[in-house]
Ligand binder design. Structure first.
Ligand SMILES: *[C@@H]1O[C@H](CO)[C@@H](O)[C@H](O)[C@H]1NC(C)=O
Ligand SMILES: *[C@@H]1O[C@H](CO)[C@@H](O)[C@H](O)[C@H]1NC(C)=O
Ligand SMILES: *[C@@H]1O[C@H](CO)[C@@H](O)[C@H](O)[C@H]1NC(C)=O
Ligand SMILES: *[C@@H]1O[C@H](CO)[C@@H](O)[C@H](O)[C@H]1NC(C)=O
Ligand SMILES: *[C@@H]1O[C@H](CO)[C@@H](O)[C@H](O)[C@H]1NC(C)=O
Ligand SMILES: *[C@@H]1O[C@H](CO)[C@@H](O)[C@H](O)[C@H]1NC(C)=O
Ligand SMILES: *[C@@H]1O[C@H](CO)[C@@H](O)[C@H](O)[C@H]1NC(C)=O
Ligand SMILES: *[C@@H]1O[C@H](CO)[C@@H](O)[C@H](O)[C@H]1NC(C)=O
Ligand SMILES: *[C@@H]1O[C@H](CO)[C@@H](O)[C@H](O)[C@H]1NC(C)=O
Ligand SMILES: *[C@@H]1O[C@H](CO)[C@@H](O)[C@H](O)[C@H]1NC(C)=O
Length: 884
């Protein structure tokens, strides 16, 4: 029997961070070369143009896909070269390169067992013996994938690109090999193990993942082989996988690398690609999102996770999922929690323990109870007594509470314990994962723990048996089938429909690197995205590979999905489409419905840009006459702001819904016929600044039982009025009104005190401008202006008459701040200024103010009135020779 190392983590930090621009790194898009110019020369002519303009730079990544992206990502030697870069004539567009945060699952439950043992336990001999058992995997049943498998749709012939941490193809359930003929038939490692987003990538041809796990889990959801003892398989398990590794073993990845991987997948003729990654951004205009969208328009379906930031409320969508033609995937909780049960010799139970794969214990084992007091608050918090026996042949049971799980684990381990169970100290329905290090440690319920302790105390010889090679699948009636609370909420600031659809993502059992456990249960939109990707592959297989199939894939999934209620105890209230999109996908309906509905999304925009007149087309592509009826089913309207502050989840519902006039509401279509239905929407009334996001569905029912819908979304308010720069003290309290200029000791530079504070601009003596955005802004600047000027004065120069002395910060496509208390989770932006301007020069000694301005939604950058602006108190710069 081998010791099993277990790493259990729950609630890892969510990736709330806004995408940060990498200093001095830019995408440079070239004017399309003329027919006469061989395209190979465009890069070299760019470089000679840059050299001629005196720009010092290094090339990060070159792109050369005509019509899509011909250009490069470059690092400027320093900021002073920016002006030269944008002056070069052949340059069409310059955009900052962002750092894309590493995808972190919301919860992780993985065993860490040595692989040969596990594989031996599973009886795998390297060959497959179809037919497999009927597909009973809960997530497949939720979406009809099981029925498609039964029909023989398994993704054969479809090529799926996976842009992630790489894939452990040595896992037999992921094919066991890499290269032509293998499941993972192609791919590339664009970065190497040590890549962290800021250092130099070290590419190689082998996308193996044996240090991260994320990409191997994603690959399994798409394509794991059936035939294992857990009876799980990928959605499209006969598809060909292309694995592009863009994350190293830790940290983030550059946006340039992710774009490069997307272009490689396109070049390799992938039918669909999956990106389980992203960060908060919320605009359709960011670069990775734009490229992803262009690729989708060219016929490669692009599916991207919607983000795990649901806790922060609405208007918190993720990039690159924001790209207009991308399929952004929200997450639904699995109807079961795949975990393990053990049985007790007295017949109590079975007892669920929160673990993906069974404790490797053969036969019954006795318990050792560290305290018979079932309300002991300090159980195993201190070293156990000297007379404690060797615990290696016991299951050691301790009570939760007071000290860390790992402290308890260390204390019992000191007495030889190998298998630890912690019973809850509260009577609650859900168990949590335990972050172990080398221990096999898992949680059981309070009731089960108390039963075991009391039974042993009464003198019964109680043993536990741990069934191997099985899953317990505990029903999850409270949140099963609902949108996962962590699933990010849209729409985008420019009112696009994000997310598009939802798929199972909460508590998903899939493959993992062999050295990290072979299988794991993970949660996140990282898991729902590959489910959608696999479903798209089945759809393409069923409908045939064609530009038309690709162009309509999102619409087919959207119009045939199942509407998700907001809770399981009152299923009549539907979750907002800003979080569920068009609902839980039904792969089976998407493949089989004979009625087609277009478009899948009706974008009503805000009240100032209201698009209330819409139409949908219903087509009968079947072989029988169908009688249709059309109706309006509103989803919950959610209030998203309170007093200019975004409301955190759960968002309050309001009774107000849009009304829709539909003509006609009933009609008959013969095979091949189609009809346009006209829709006239009236938004719900809103006379406050709560920015209610309303949404719902125009449902088309056919008498043969098909039920489809187009989804609409709008906001009852004018976004151009949305307040952007937080100028209240609600975040840090009285005395700390934002924006706030502070010194290196975080002292507030007093608003009223006009006596200037001088900074020497050494790293420990620089001013920091702390600010928050209440709503997203497509562009914001901080500029230096003279101390003697104020915003009211009108002159003849740049911004509302203020001569701008130098730009010191630019933020593009920027999201609102979150309610998090820290800057990394996007609670606020602390901009520490080191004295250099965007043109690279140091500010001259003197007295200044900082001018912060943010463009309002739908604002015209050339109209000063469309910006919100704020002027800082006066501060001084006093750089003395030699101090820098
Ligand atoms: C990335 O790695 C480089 C070189 O190893 C190191 O200097 C840098 O601090 C690392 N960055 C992060 C964000 O860890
Ligand atoms: C709690 O348990 C520890 C052993 O883990 C024991 O030493 C201690 O006496 C117990 N305390 C109470 C109040 O039962
Ligand atoms: C875990 O095991 C490794 C290898 O056996 C060892 O180096 C490490 O110290 C252990 N960690 C703990 C916390 O026991
Ligand atoms: C307790 O049960 C175990 C397993 O059933 C058995 O091996 C052992 O002999 C029993 N011990 C006593 C004292 O009955
Ligand atoms: C696991 O235990 C739970 C709770 O006792 C029970 O509902 C479920 O049926 C068990 N599953 C299996 C496979 O034993
Ligand atoms: C909403 O209107 C604004 C202003 O015209 C526009 O920029 C934006 O793209 C529109 N959004 C949609 C989804 O049409
Ligand atoms: C309804 O379900 C939610 C969880 O979805 C739960 O928090 C709430 O307590 C339930 N309400 C009732 C009345 O059962
Ligand atoms: C500014 O300074 C004055 C005098 O030192 C003090 O009374 C006042 O409270 C300060 N205001 C803030 C906002 O810190
Ligand atoms: C100052 O900050 C700018 C912008 O972040 C950066 O490019 C520059 O290297 C920094 N200079 C120093 C001396 O730290
Ligand atoms: C600037 O720094 C120098 C050297 O510390 C000092 O003598 C001088 O008074 C400072 N000037 C101002 C305006 O604070």
């Amino acid at each position: 029997m081998m010791g099993v190392k277990v790493i259990l983590v729950l609630s890892l930090a969510l990736s709330a961070a806004a995408l940060r621009a990498i200093p001095n790194a830019y995408f440079v898009e070239l004017e399309p070369s003329s027919e006469l110019t061989p395209r190979a020369t465009s890069h070299s002519s760019l470089y000679s143009d840059l050299d001629a303009a005196g720009v010092k730079y290094t090339v990060r990544t070159e792109y050369n896909i005509p019509d899509l992206f011909v250009g490069a990502a470059i690092d400027l030697a320093d900021a002073s070269h920016y002006a030269g870069l944008i002056s070069v004539g052949s340059v069409k567009r310059v955009k900052p390169v962002h750092l894309i945060p590493r995808p972190e699952p919301v919860s992780v439950m993985i065993p860490d067992a040595p692989s040969p043992e596990l594989i031996a336990r599973d009886g795998f001999d390297g060959r497959w013996y179809p037919p497999y058992l009927p597909d009973t995997e809960s997530t497949h049943v939720m979406t009809g994938v099981n029925k498609l498998h039964a029909e023989g749709l398994t993704g054969r012939g479809i090529k799926i690109g996976i842009i992630d941490t790489g894939t452990d193809y040595t896992n037999p359930w992921l094919g066991g090999c890499f290269g032509p003929g293998c499941k993972v038939a192609l791919g590339w490692d664009l970065v190497g193990d040590a890549y962290n987003g800021t250092n130099t990538p070290m590419p190689d041809p082998d996308p193996l993942d044996q240090c991260a796990g994320h990409g191997s889990h994603v690959a399994g959801i798409i394509g794991a082989n059936p035939g294992n003892v857990y009876n799980i398989s990928g959605v499209a398990y006969d598809a060909t996988l292309a694995s592009y590794r863009v994350f190293g073993c830790a940290d983030d990845a550059g946006e340039d690398v992710i774009i490069h991987a997307m272009l490689m997948a396109y070049d390799a003729h992938c039918d669909v690609i999956n990106l389980s990654l992203g960060g908060v951004q919320g605009w359709t205009s960011s670069y990775a999102g734009v490229i992803a969208s262009k690729l989708a328009d060219k016929g490669m379906v692009v599916v991207i996770s919607a983000g795990n930031d649901g806790q922060y409320g609405a208007w918190y969508a993720s990039d690159p999922a924001d790209g207009q033609s991308v399929v952004a995937a929200a997450s639904v909780d699995n109807v079961v929690t795949p975990l393990q049960n053990f049985t007790l010799s007295d017949g109590y139970g079975p007892v669920p323990y929160y673990q993906a794969v069974a404790y490797a214990i053969d036969g019954p084992m006795k318990f050792y109870v560290t305290s018979f007091n079932t309300s002991n608050t300090t159980d195993a918090c201190n070293p156990l007594p000297d007379d404690t026996p060797d615990l290696s042949n016991y299951v050691t049971l301790v009570r939760r509470g007071t000290c860390a799980f790992l402290t308890k684990a260390a204390n019992v381990e000191a007495k030889g314990a190998k298998y630890i169970l912690v019973y809850d100290n509260l009577d609650e329905s859900s168990l949590i994962g335990i972050t172990g290090q080398n221990q096999t440690i898992a949680m059981i319920s309070q009731a089960a723990g108390v039963h075991i302790v009391n039974t042993i105390a009464s003198g019964v010889n109680l043993t536990a048996t741990f069934p191997q090679n099985t899953l317990a699948n505990l029903p999850n009636p409270s949140t099963g089938g609902l949108i996962s609370t962590y699933s990010s909420i849209g729409p985008t600031y420019d009112m696009f429909f994000k997310p598009a659809v939802a798929a199972p993502g909460g508590n998903i059992f899939s493959t993992y690197p062999v050295n990290l456990g072979t299988f794991a249960v993970l949660s996140g939109t990282s898991m729902s995205s590959p489910f959608v990707t696999g479903s798209v592959a089945l759809l393409i297989q069923a409908k045939g590979r064609s530009p038309a199939t690709a162009a309509h894939a999102r619409e087919l999934l959207e119009t045939t999905s199942k509407l998700v209620p907001a809770s399981n105890n009152n299923t009549s209230v539907l979750q907002t489409a800003a979080q569920q999109g068009a609902g839980l996908i039904s792969a089976y309906n998407a493949v089989h419905y004979t009625t087609l509905l277009t478009p899948g999304e009706l974008l009503l925009n805000d009240t100032a840009n209201f698009k209330g007149e819409q139409s949908i087309k219903v087509s009968n592509a079947g072989f029988v006459k169908q009688v249709y009826s059309v109706s309006h089913v509103p989803a919950a309207t959610v209030l998203t702001y309170n007093n200019s502050l975004a409301i955190d989840s759960p968002l309050p519902f309001s009774q107000a819904a849009a009304s829709v006039h539909i003509t006609p509401t009933t009609f008959t279509l013969f095979p091949g016929e189609a009809l346009d239905i006209s829709l006239k929407f009236t938004p719900p009334k809103s006379d406050d600044d709560t920015y209610p996001v309303y949404s719902g569905f125009i449902v088309v029912k056919s008498h043969v039982g098909e039920e489809l819908h187009s989804s609409y979304i709008g906001v009852a308010g004018s976004l151009s009025a949305a307040h952007i720069i937080d100028n209240t003290d609600t975040y840090w309290g009285p005395g700390y009104t934002f924006p706030l200029l502070t010194d290196a000791n975080e002292n507030n530079i007093n608003y009223t005190d006009l006596k200037t504070e001088y900074f020497t601009m050494t790293p420990d003596d620089q001013p920091t401008l702390n600010f928050r955005f209440l709503f997203g802004t497509v562009i914001a600047y901080v500029d230096l202006v003279s101390a003697s000027l104020n915003l009211q004065r009108r002159g003849k120069s740049s911004f509302r008459g203020l001569p701008l002395l130098g730009n010191i910060l630019e933020l593009d496509d920027y999201p609102r701040s979150s309610s998090a208390t820290d800057a990394p989770d996007n609670g606020y932006y602390p901009f520490q200024w080191n004295g250099t301007c965007a043109n690279g020069s140091y500010a001259a000694n003197g007295e200044y103010k900082m001018l912060l301005r943010a463009l309002k939604v739908t604002g015209d950058p050339s109209n000063d009135a469309d910006w919100e602006a704020w002027l800082s108190p006066i501060f001084g710069v006093n750089i003395t020779t030699g101090s820098l």
